[in-house]
Design a protein around this ligand. Structure first.
Ligand SMILES: Cc1ncc(COP(=O)(O)O)c(C=O)c1O
Length: 378
């Protein structure tokens, strides 16, 4: 339940359903990565996304790495990723031994820019990883067209976008492989966890083989290659099944949250909430707020004041190109958005009254800092 005096950014929604499914899995004795919940969760998740196959993993990062390994992407290869994303996207490319080529984003959707992708293609490019950031899908037709023209793989990083739709089709079904995170702050969660989606039997079988220590199907405990242990447990899958049965109500509530925030926050030309493209159905993993003209330090003051008043927020991701290990040319749109954006509390237990109270606090602090925001007409 929400503590009236402090609103965190995120918390999972765990009901009697999750608890009873997990209890049943525990009682079954199948506590590791074999058990009926795993198979069922994979089948149901595949069905939900509209693909033939889904494969659970230990988390979204291992899922991304597994996707790259399955496609045989490694040393000497380049993978194009957006600059504004969680660092796991880049880390997975590094774990595969390949190089991330970091490009700019579209200023509206915050997703990878297809023009920037085109400019970044070299003979070494093997794949593109579009990230459906904060629950908003990427412009997949444009990306897939480029990929087709240049013979590239596309791996959707759908870690933050369960159920989001692009032109009526769910993310995870829009490319060679989709990868979801099931971390505790995600739209649905298994505590830690991830899941891959694909329509391609060969990809599915290869990913499954590599995920399970690359054990030969014909000869148990014979391993012709170096594989991984990237498996999820049956207990986690039990929780996943319960969450998946509730995903429609969870997403509906996130839509409600978005409309409540739209209603109560004093938005303007300079203070905006999530943009949604006309071809997109966002699932609002996070309510996003951008304040044009604010700088990094003033945003930090703004967020600290909100916290004092009981509203936690989080800044947009730092750009990948700002990290020492990926240090590269600055992408101006990503850098700007990274500095002016923040996420407001976004989780299932928030009521309309809670959102009203949070918004009133946000509006008050916004007006207080107006003077310090240069060029800002709040
Ligand atoms: C865009 C993005 N990619 C990948 C990941 C990695 O997922 P996980 O934390 O499950 O490893 C996350 C999640 O946190 C994410 O937000």
């Amino acid at each position: 339940m929400v503590n009236k005096h402090f609103y965190p950014v995120s918390m999972p929604s765990i009901t009697e359903k999750e608890i009873s499914y997990v209890n049943k899995a525990m009682q079954s004795g199948w506590v590791s990565s074999l058990g009926e919940c795993i198979d069922k969760f994979e089948q149901e998740f595949a069905k939900y996304c509209g693909v033939k196959y889904a494969l659970t993993t230990s988390n979204g990062t291992t899922g991304l790495h597994l996707a790259l390994a399955t496609l045989n992407i490694g040393p000497g290869d380049e993978v194009i990723i957006p600059d504004l994303t969680f660092v796991a996207t880049a880390n997975a490319v590094s774990h595969a031994g390949a190089k991330s080529v970091i490009v700019d984003i579209d200023p509206d959707t915050l997703c990878i820019s297809s023009e920037a992708i085109m400019q970044a293609i070299t003979p070494k490019t093997k794949a593109i990883i579009p990230v459906h950031l904060y629950g908003h899908p990427c412009d997949m037709d444009a990306i897939n067209k480029i990929a087709k023209k240049h013979g590239l793989f596309v791996i959707e990083d759908a870690a933050e976008a369960h159920g989001a739709e692009y032109k009526g089709k769910r993310v995870g079904a829009l490319s060679d492989i989709g990868v979801f995170s099931l971390y505790g702050n995600k739209i649905i969660t298994t505590g830690e966890g991830g899941i891959l989606t694909t329509d391609d039997l060969l990809i599915y079988e290869r990913a499954k083989f590599l995920r399970d220590h690359a054990m030969s199907k014909e000869k148990r405990y014979y391993h012709p290659e170096i594989g991984y242990n990237y498996r999820m447990t049956n207990i986690q899958a039990a929780m996943g099944l319960a969450q998946l049965e509730r995903i429609d109500e969870i997403i509906k509530h996130r839509n409600d949250l978005y409309s409540w925030y739209q209603e109560f926050i004093n938005t303007s030309k300079t203070v905006t909430l999530n943009y949604v493209a006309e071809w997109a159905k966002s699932t609002y993993w996070m309510i996003c707020m951008e304040i044009e003209g604010i700088d990094y330090d003033t945003r930090a003051i703004f967020m600290a004041k909100l916290k004092e008043l009981g509203v936690d927020t989080r800044p947009y991701f730092c750009t990948v190109s700002a990290m020492p290990m990926y240090s590269s040319e600055n992408n101006p749109v990503s850098k700007y958005k990274s500095d002016i954006g923040l996420n407001l509390p976004t989780f299932f237990d928030l009521t309309r009254e809670n959102v009203k109270e949070i918004s009133e606090i946000v509006n008050t602090v916004l007006s207080e800092i107006t003077q310090t925001i240069s060029k800002c007409e709040v």
